[in-house]
Design a protein around this ligand. Structure first.
Ligand code: SAM
Ligand code: SF4
Length: 337
């Protein structure tokens, strides 16, 4: 299904973690505001530009700017950065800055942003509200926001964590149907990883459903979810996530790619900040430089007999080796004949 619908290419999206400040209190995430144990940072405009230049040098087609819900990342400041990247490089720009207002999303789209990532985490509304306190009463619903994001002309990315305490198999099945109902262009699926400095990870917040229904937070469940998402949403871009590499350092990313994923997200953030973007503990790829991550991921892609995609790799871009290397492919066909 993966090969037929999106080809053998694996697209590289350079991840820039631009700020670890967050005003939210998500019960599972190390960046939650109440976590005083974490030292916070915010990248400068120049540091972000350097990362974008580096992405282009390394041959990536996209940069993903991700952060907590940081009010000091003003809409205008982000718009200027997006505009600069779009004018100075050939990169696609993906934003992942949390639940932001419609007028902000609209401004960034007008500035040239191509894609927006906002996982809905679980389609079980009760569980979602338990682990995701609203910032303001009557705050936005993530599913509604994803529909607005699509309506603005972004490629929209949603996704879920697998193995959240209190998550049932029924709700996971519902998650897959929701990917389809939203017609998502990108689907991020990763394991839930307990963080001791959060209410969910420390056990202070307990699940309310029966234990026999609990989905385990194990890699096998994530591979199954990736495979099912690929079957139900055949042309979506699906990353093999850093969280998978965190729970299986040697094989996690490769097994995600083998299960149906076609995207990886090498980290471009300056090494000095990586440890501080501690969503969950023992995160993979925090000591390496951007160059190390590039080499490592390309090596993994080639070891699977696949190849790194060229260009921006938006949804529906089916690349085969023949399409990017026509001469070599026809020579190869002649030799085989
Ligand atoms: N603030 C933005 C948002 O919430 O969409 C973007 C940054 S947030 C850190 C990116 C993703 O990290 C979340 O959507 C969530 O799925 C994932 N995440 C956070 N805490 C996690 C945990 N303990 N285990 C696994 N994934 C986690
Ligand atoms: Fe903030 Fe996003 Fe983490 Fe929630 S998941 S605490 S919004 S960074």
């Amino acid at each position: 299904m993966r090969k037929r619908n999106v080809g053998d290419a694996v697209h590289l999206r350079g991840l820039i973690e631009i700020s670890s400040h967050c005003a939210r209190q998500c019960m599972y995430c190390g960046l939650r505001q109440a976590n005083r144990a974490l030292q916070r940072y915010r990248m400068t405009r120049e540091e972000i530009f350097d990362c974008a230049r580096q992405a282009e040098k390394l041959g990536y087609g996209t940069v993903v700017m991700q952060a907590g819900e940081d009010d000091l990342l003003t809409a205008e400041w982000i718009a200027e950065i997006v505009q600069w990247i779009k004018c100075e490089t050939t990169l696609a720009v993906t934003l992942s800055l949390g639940e932001r207002r419609f007028d902000e999303l609209k401004l960034w789209r007008a500035a040239g942003a191509d894609r927006y990532l906002l996982r809905f985490e679980t389609s079980d509304a009760k569980l979602f509200h338990t682990i995701h306190p609203q910032r303001f009463p009557g705050g936005p619903d993530r599913l509604a926001l994803l529909r607005q994001i699509k309506a603005l002309g972004y490629e929209a990315g949603g996704g879920v964590m697998v193995g959240i305490p209190g998550q049932s198999f029924d709700s996971l099945a519902e998650d897959i149907l929701t990917f389809r109902a939203l017609d998502l262009d990108m689907i991020g699926i990763g394991p839930y990883i307990a963080h001791a400095d959060t209410p969910l990870g420390s056990g202070a917040l307990r699940p309310t459903i029966l234990p026999f229904e609990q989905v385990p937070a194990v890699e096998g469940m994530v591979y199954k979810m990736i495979a099912l998402a690929r079957i139900v949403c055949p042309t979506a871009n699906i990353p093999s996530t850093t969280a998978l590499a965190t729970i299986n350092r040697l094989e996690g990313r490769k097994l995600g790619l083998k299960a149906g994923a076609n995207v990886v997200m090498p980290n471009l953030s300056p090494t000095k900040y990586r440890r501080l973007y501690e969503i969950y503990p023992e995160k993979a790829c925090i000591e390496e430089s951007a160059i190390d991550c590039n080499q490592c991921l390309r090596g993994q892609i080639h070891s699977l007999g696949r190849f790194a995609g060229e260009g921006q790799g938006g949804r529906g871009a089916v690349e085969t080796l023949a399409s990017i290397l026509p001469d070599v492919s026809s020579r190869f066909a002649q030799l085989q004949a």
